[in-house]
Design a protein around this ligand. Structure first.
Ligand SMILES: Cc1cc2nc3c(=O)[nH]c(=O)nc-3n(C[C@H](O)[C@H](O)[C@H](O)COP(=O)(O)OP(=O)(O)OC[C@H]3O[C@@H](n4cnc5c(N)ncnc54)[C@H](O)[C@@H]3O)c2cc1C
Length: 240
């Protein structure tokens, strides 16, 4: 398990006026500044629209951020992305803001004869592609399928690891490769990103691969996609 040197300040606020409904809003400048507003469901009561504000921060700068107090941080975000104002108004204390750290978890094998690792415990990545929940859902579905068709636990767990290989390999590789373009000290990657992304989305094959990846259905190598019955959208629909 390797800790990523960058993370994000994270605040979950309310969105009573549905300003940020159904849409991820993200503003980037270089590879060191990023602000995002992410719709985050309806909370435990199912009645309150929530939205997450995240702000990219290197782990090494966390203490400096705390020492400076909230005002300069709020001012910087407002200059950078004024849309964040309704969220910033809800933050009165640094204790309301979490620092979310990312870990890169790589395991040589996800199972032994009687233990299996699923979800982030098996393959946490940075959340750049936003696929962690999808991967964990598909893990659970495939494990259930493997247990249902095998009487011997070790065989079921081996089958699970084999079945998950192509999907997890793709997302671990793609996330590790993409993250420095969005959060890192490699500032020269930002012009490549800003120049290359709009072009890439106009090339039909690349565009198709990008959409497949964002839907959570991509496999390594890029010759197939996840079977229909284990696609994240199908699982979400089954679970209501
Ligand atoms: C900042 C950030 C943003 C993210 N954004 C997205 C996104 O937009 N989309 C997306 O799909 N994914 C996102 N992810 C990733 C996503 O949150 C994870 O991939 C997903 O939650 C993994 O699910 P999990 O069940 O494996 O682990 P978790 O959700 O971490 O669940 C593990 C649970 O086990 C509990 N636990 C831990 N230790 C013990 C113990 N000893 N005993 C009992 N219980 C224990 C924990 O409290 C926790 O409730 C993000 C992650 C981060 C950090």
């Amino acid at each position: 398990m390797k800790k990523y040197p960058w993370g994000a300040l994270w605040f979950v606020g309310t969105d009573a006026e549905h300003r940020f409904h159904n849409r991820l809003y993200q503003v980037l400048s270089g590879t060191r500044r990023m602000m995002g507003l992410l719709p985050t469901g309806l909370g435990p009561t199912g009645q309150t629209p929530l939205v997450s504000l995240f702000w990219s921060l290197g782990a090494r700068s966390l203490e400096q951020w705390r020492a400076a107090g909230l005002l300069p941080w709020k001012e910087e975000i407002l200059r950078f992305a004024p849309e964040a104002a309704p969220l910033l108004e809800q933050i009165q204390s640094a204790d309301q803001v979490l620092f979310a750290e990312y870990h890169d978890v790589v395991m040589a094998q996800w199972n032994t004869d009687d233990v299996v690792y699923l979800g982030d415990a098996a393959h946490a990545t940075s959340p750049q592609l936003g696929q962690g929940c999808n991967l964990a859902l598909v893990d659970a579905q495939v494990l259930a399928q493997c247990l249902a068709v095998s009487d011997a636990l070790p065989l079921a767990l081996d089958a699970y690891s084999r079945t998950r290989d192509a999907h997890l390999d793709y997302y671990q590789f793609a996330t590790r490769w993409l993250t420095p373009f969005f959060q890192s000290d490699l500032t020269w990657l930002a012009p490549l990103r800003d120049f290359g992304m709009p072009i890439a989305t106009r090339v039909p094959w690349v565009r198709r691969q990008m959409v497949t990846a964002m839907c959570g259905n991509a496999l390594w190598p890029l010759t197939g996609t996840l079977p229909l019955e284990t696609r994240p959208l199908a699982l979400a629909a089954q679970n209501g």
